[in-house]
Design a protein around this ligand. Sequence first.
Ligand SMILES: [Mn+2]
Length: 621
Amino acid sequence: MAVQKPVGDVTNVNQPPPRRDLAPHLSLLLLCVDVAASTHTLAACPAHPRLAKPMGLVEGPGGLGQGGAAATLGEDGHDAEGKYEEYGYNAQLSDRISLDRSIPDYRPKKCKQLTYPEDLPQISVVFIFVNEALSVILRSVHSVVNHTPAHLLKEIILVDDNSDSVELKFNLDQYVNKRYPGLVKIVRNSKREGLIRARLHGWNAATAPVVGFFDAHVEFNSGWSEPILTRMKEDHTRIILPAIDNIKYNTFEVQQYANAAHGYNWGLWCMYIIPPQEWLDKGDETAPIRTPAMIGCSFVVDREYFGEIGLLDPGMEVYGGENIELGMRVWQCGGSMEVLPCARVAHIERTKKPYNNDIDYYAKRNALRAAEVWMDEYKSHVYMAWNIPMNNPGVDFGDVSERLALRKRLQCRSFRWYLEHVYPEMRIYNNTITYGEVRNSKASGYCLDQGSEDDDKAILYPCHGMSSQLARYSSEGLLQLGPLGSTTFLPDTKCLVDDGRGRTPSLKKCDVVSRVSQRLWDFTQNGPIISRDTGRCLEVEMSKDANFGLRLVVQRCSEEQRLAAPVCGIFTPSDGNRAPSLAQAAELPPASVEGEQRPCGRARRLKWPASLTFSHMYRIE
Ligand SMILES: [Mn+2]
């Protein structure tokens, strides 16, 4: 309960996109009406020695999953479970689906009437992977060959980020060299570097003027390359994203996704967002959709231009954040980013990612790098979203001096310009004075928490440092609790309200309180939190019936509170697993962070009730 992780996907869209950020009509998958199978696959599949069969794989038209239909293994699928664990999709089923299966043509109808120039630049297609099922990688390769005019596809580059599996070494080499002689290069990292630097190795190996970067669990739609290469030929400072459709991880059914741009929240987790109003007003589904950032599983760049603007930040680790950073950078430094609905790629949203340890940590670390380099005075919003202090955030984000120098060299615009022109849907919280966890000085293991999202009741809950326990105090006197609303696609954070009725403070939409003063509070760090409307204090009382024996109340201010145990040091949000017993919480001063220690006052016997204090709030710098 009450624990809310940042929503969204790390760069590679290996999780379902966070539908809560889409308007309801966008979150519905459009059902495929026209499932007529593409004949392209058949035509593009010349007679060749069957290489797949000895490896237990299937080539050629027809069979299971044909036309993007849902498939099952039936009776013999009993050990599929294990493979979900391994790959985050049903790899055993994938092995039985043809590498050349067709998928539905989900392009807007008008796309098929468009014509493109003859002399388009060639593309190098880079697939990055680590520990992926061989059949899934090979279907990505077959699919791009089957759906790209041969004269436009210069090469395919497979970057293996030091996978563990043996079949991804010998079998993969042997297969692609025989099946596509001269077309496929394989680059192998000798140590695991993360998908960000893996992409850079792919870029280094690429020789075509245009380079496309893709996860190795995708299938391409007909005619995906021509509209992209046409837009690229017109203006090489565009970064172009194919529209993404979904391959279901369990059945490999291909589902159409609605037209969307790629946005993010202040934690820099990406999410699909509604296209800009101008695009919707125009009513032309083939038009490029301006996008502030990218999901990251598929994007196409001009090879040289990508180098000029600084590739991806090589100081970012594993993945997450680099997709947002590239969006900010290309816009701020004079280029652009767009989604092309006529160019479509279907992608498996895996249930798990191969880099399963500490993804949150790397996403946070990388987000801070982007914030420090590109976000100017708005970088506070990233620290706020992650609920960490701006001083000593407890995260080593490395050296950003080279990236700052790059920004200077390219003479890039401000983040404010970018917000105004490219991402106006972002909510701005510049009136925040302080933010962080609100802990009671007598039960320091417990934090003010938004509780269940439906019941409008703030609660006390063991501190876990996540966004349901993010409190913000604004210059007007609002006390808001819960994750940042971040964008206008979502409701904003609720306000803590004392409506004078009863003793339970409520959480309400800030603009629906009956009297303005009911949502206003006075506070001083380590002092009481007092309603400007009723003069009552936000306090904690012990109660046998309440969860954890603690109840949050508004009541006549206890005098005792002013003698509450002193708070010492500055504290980082807790790790969530350290809910102290009530006895411990009540008796002991909180442990302070190493390096930040100040002498604490002696723990004393405490009386109840006790006032809540902002003991863990961080000042905006
Ligand atoms: Mn992916």
